[in-house]
Structure formats: C-alpha cells, structure tokens
Design a protein around this ligand. Structure first.
Ligand code: TRP
Length: 368
C-alpha cells in the first residue's frame, strides 16, 4: 500500500456521453485532474462490466470505446495527467475478482440495492439473470482495489457498490493481513448535478427515451431538443401569467449550467438566476426568452467541447495510442497489486523457490 491519494473512476462504454455525465462527473474529473491534489488519476473504460449485460452484442461495446474516449478528451481529460485504460486488457482484474468472489455471499449480493434496481430495469427474470451481471459489484471492487484507489468519484447510484467494496476490503484485510486500501466514494455536491433530468423532464437521460443532449450533438440538435422537447410550466399560458420555476426543466438546466457571467453576456436584464426566476414567478417573462438564454448557456459549454472533439476525431491513431499507453501503464499497476494479493494469500508459489524448503520440511516431519 502506497499511502498516496489515488483516484479511480470508470464508465461502461455503452454509448456516447451526455450532459448528465458532464455535470454529474466529467466536469469534476477535470477539476480533480487539474487540482494537483492527487498522486494518480485513473479512468477505467469498463468494457468487461458492460459485457455483463451485453454479452450478445460485443460490437456495441467495441464501437463505443472510441466514443467514450473522444468524450473524455474533448471535455479536457489530459492523458499526460490522467491514465485512461481498458478493463478487458487488465488480466489482474479478472484474477482479483475470482478471489474476492469467495469473500461475498450470494445473499449479500442480492441485497445490493443498485443491482436490484438494475435487474428490474433490464427485466431480468431469476432464470435469465447472468451470473456475471449479478456479481459485477465484486469485479468493480477488483477495479478499485487494483489501483489502490482511496477516492472513487461516482454518481449516487454507485454508493452501494462502494459499500460492498469496503466490506470486501475489510474482510480481505482481516483474513490475509493489511493488504488492500479502503476506498471512499466521492459524490457530486449538489442535487441538480447529481441527477440532471432528461430534456423531457423525466428523471433520467436515456438513449431509448430520446431525451438526451449528447456532448457530441450539433448546435442545431441542441436547439431542437430545447425548443422541441422541454416543456416549461403548463400553467404559464400567457407571458403575463405567473409561472413556476420548480419542476420546470428549463430552470433545472439553468440551475445546473448558468453563471452570473452568462447573464452579463446574454441576458443583461438580470444580474443572476434568482432575479430571472423572480420575474418568471411574478409573470411577464416568456418561455421563449428563457429557452433562448438556456441555448446560449448550453452552447457556451458545448461549443468548445465540440471543437476539441473534431480535432481528435481527425486523429484516431493518436486516440488509440493514448489508450494503449494508458492501458500498458495500468497493466503494471494492477499486476503489482495482484502480486501483493497473492503474496498475502500465500498463493505466490512461483515468486521464488522458498516453498521447496517448506515442502521438504513438511514431508520430513510427516515421515518421522
Ligand atoms: N459501475 C460504474 C457505472 O456504471 C462504472 C465503473 C466500473 C466504475 N468500474 C468502476 C466506477 C470503478 C468507479 C470505479 O457508472
């Protein structure tokens, strides 16, 4: 154990990343990366985990690895500061998972609330539930511990995973001696960042609902999503009617994205969001103005991301080299943890020849 400040976080490469990912995690990863407070920052592209419920469609995962890396690079993840690596190319994770599976019961796994919710969401019957999917919290524990991560920035839905990881670490250390680092979750500070709703106001952005704004969307698509799919306040029929800002998705998005500087630039009638909201509640502020402002605000975030993405899209060879280099580094890191784990478990038979002496002594005693 290194006693260092090490971050590991990860994503399943099942699709392009959207604004929910941006406010909920990507933006903060960049801040953490640039804070200089961490000795190591690692991002794992969890393709093996993605396969636990996509075994019949590996092509989807293969295709989306590049999309997710492009999203990382375009928001400002800097490969000279952050290691980006691919899970399936790290064999130590598979071995660790296999050992940790012995330290958790099936009963405990069935109680994991996130797994329970995800099983329901995917409509798995008891007979249809893949064992790999059921046990992915254990594989995620392998991810975290293999990097000696003490800090794991994740969404709120991942808290049960971290709890389970901590239990496995405790159990391992108790049985085999202090070996693994106990990880802590780091979740987004404010409510809006924790769960940005879809443009239709539904709780979650999801591809199948068509209610996402992707980081790679064009300006025209963003405009179409805001103007076409965001309903505001059904009671705000005339501009002069008093309006509600609570539960009004345009204001939810403004809560998540706008700053006072945006007002100075695009809507100088108000100094800040509070003033704008007051006017809306009082009556006299039209939805069109609010949406136009929101589009400007979103574009200010998205347009530099788009530019950066276009640059990388023209050099996929460089993108490939970034993840290859990151993965090579991660192979070393995770292999060294696996060696430490095997030593702690005393299954490191081939590290040196000392076991020959042990076996000889054992046999001599038995034969006496
Ligand atoms: N389960 C995480 C998610 O769905 C992704 C993930 C895989 C992860 N391995 C991880 C997150 C390790 C943090 C640390 O978002």
């Amino acid at each position: 154990m290194k006693g260092k400040n090490i971050i590991l976080t990860g994503d399943r490469p099942t699709g392009r990343l959207h604004l929910g990912h941006y406010v909920g995690s990507l933006k903060r990863r960049v801040e953490l990366q640039n804070s200089g407070k961490y000795d190591e920052i690692n991002i794992l592209i969890a393709d093996d985990q993605a396969l636990t419920d996509n075994a019949d469609d590996p092509g989807k995962i293969r295709d989306n690895i590049v999309n997710v890396v492009l999203d990382y690079l375009s928001v400002g993840i800097d490969p000279s500061k952050t290691t980006i690596c691919v899970q399936s190319a790290l064999p130590a994770l598979h071995a660790l998972t296999f050992y940790y599976l012995n330290l958790v019961t099936t009963a405990r796994l069935s109680r994991n609330p996130t797994i329970k919710a995800e099983i329901q969401m995917r409509g798995f019957s008891e007979e249809g539930l893949p064992a790999g999917f059921f046990t992915y919290p254990v594989s995620q524990t392998a991810d975290i511990t293999a990097f000696d991560a003490n800090v794991v920035p994740v969404g709120e839905d991942q808290l049960p995973m971290l709890e389970q990881a901590r239990e496995i670490v405790d159990k391992f250390n108790k049985i085999y001696g202090e070996t693994l680092v106990l990880p802590t979750a780091m979740i987004p500070e404010n409510e809006v960042q924790r769960r940005l709703p879809g443009v239709d106001g539904k709780a979650k952005m999801s591809k199948s609902l068509g209610n996402c704004i992707y980081l790679s969307d064009t300006a025209a698509t963003v405009k179409k999503q805001v103007n076409g799919k965001m309903f505001t306040d059904p009671l705000h029929l005339q501009i002069s009617d008093p309006g509600h800002t609570e539960g009004n998705v345009v204001f939810t998005y403004l809560d998540a994205f706008c700053t006072d500087a945006h007002f100075a630039e695009y809507l100088p009638d108000y100094a800040n969001l509070e003033e704008m909201k007051e006017h809306y509640r009082r009556g006299g502020l039209g939805d069109g103005v609010c949406k136009k402002f929101l589009i400007n605000v979103l574009e200010e975030t998205l347009s530099p991301i788009r530019t950066e993405r276009a640059k990388w899209e023209n050099d996929i060879g460089a993108v490939y080299d970034i993840i290859r280099t990151g993965t090579e580094k991660a192979v070393e890191t995770t292999n060294s943890t696996l060696a430490r784990v095997r030593r702690a478990m005393r299954i490191d038979y081939f590290e040196d020849r000392s076991i020959i002496k042990e076996w000889e002594t054992l046999l001599k005693k038995a034969n006496q």
